[in-house]
Design a binder for this molecule. Structure first.
Ligand code: ASP
Length: 309
């Protein structure tokens, strides 16, 4: 069977290359998903995942991540401040504990016991972005604690002159040569978030859901919105009921449009893969790209469908 790696945003090729290396060496989907996430986490030039991620409002980086192959095989960690690889730690949670999710100090103590090496996550570039934010009186609505909500010029995002601010999780879906599915999701969360905030990414069913019988889906974008509709779970359940992957992710996006009062800065995108290897990507707004690696090579492409053009 031909393997497939599908990941979010234009840094996806970093993830896909690492995932493909594992698959071509005979590795399983789970190993490929972890390797793909780790490669992005370790890249300090990517400011929304792992080392180099933008910090919270107090200037501290905190990372979230999860990994999954089936409802009874998943692990997650949140609010990791001193380790670079939340997805690898999440995998240990899955394999070595009876739990699914560890958070904060407990998750860090677990990582230390498991032998992970501590890392300094705040790079000079990320620190300087945080200083700019902190010194800009327009940056924060302090009364409502909304964090950084800069105005978005959709035209600039559409034409690539501006990137969407403050979110860009790497979500990865893999189908290996045996036809097994796995997924991983890793993020530093919303830039300049309220300290302690956890988004959708490490929450099973929200940022990621995988069921070998029904399919796999993963999300990126405004976590509070994805969480409100259990985005990835909903997409997988649609596939279980027979929907194709594109129709499944569009159900989630339409539900969001129906149930939220969306602001211009809100973006959500989803990717999905079926057990037979069909895949799709769609987004609420222009600007989202996925990276697909399959028999035709690796391409970075715009979402197949955009709901609010
Ligand atoms: N979903 C992530 C979060 O809310 C951010 C993102 O994907 O851009 O933490």
């Amino acid at each position: 069977m031909n393997p497939l790696v599908l990941s979010t945003w234009s840094f996806g090729p970093v993830a896909n290359a690492a995932g493909l290396r594992v698959l071509h060496a005979g590795g399983k989907a789970l190993d490929a998903a972890e390797a793909a996430a780790t490669a992005v986490e370790n890249d300090p030039t990517i400011d929304s995942v792992g080392v180099g991620g933008l910090p919270d409002a107090d200037g501290r980086v905190s990372l979230d991540g999860c990994i999954m192959t089936d409802p009874d095989r998943c692990g997650a960690v949140c609010c990791i401040r001193t380790y670079a690889n939340p997805v690898a730690i999440a995998r240990r949670v899955m394999e070595r504990t009876i739990h699914v999710t560890l958070a904060g100090d407990g998750a860090e103590a677990f990582a230390a016991r498991e032998g992970f090496a501590p890392a300094h996550l705040l790079t000079p570039a990320a620190r300087s972005e945080w200083e700019k934010w902190r010194n800009d009186p327009r940056s924060i609505d302090r009364d409502h604690y909304r964090g950084w909500l800069p105005p978005v010029n959709i035209e600039e995002v559409r034409t690539g002159r501006a990137r969407e601010p403050s979110h860009d999780t790497v979500s990865i879906l893999v189908r290996d040569t045996a036809g097994a599915l796995a997924g991983a999701c890793s993020t530093s969360g919303m830039a300049f978030k309220v300290p302690g905030r956890v988004g959708d990414s490490p929450i099973i069913g929200h940022g990621l859901y995988v069921d070998q019988h029904a399919g796999a889906a993963a999300a990126t974008g405004t976590g509070e919105i994805i969480t409100g509709v259990c985005g990835s779970f909903l997409a997988v359940e649609e596939m279980r009921r027979g929907a194709g992957p594109l129709d499944a992710v569009l159900v989630v996006l339409r539900r969001i449009v129906e149930r939220f009062r969306l602001l211009p800065e809100h973006q959500v995108a989803l990717i999905a893969v079926t057990p037979s290897g069909a895949w799709a990507s769609a987004a609420l707004r222009p600007g989202f790209h996925h990276a697909i690696s399959d028999t035709h090579g690796t391409r970075v492409e715009a979402a197949q469908r955009v709901l609010i053009a």
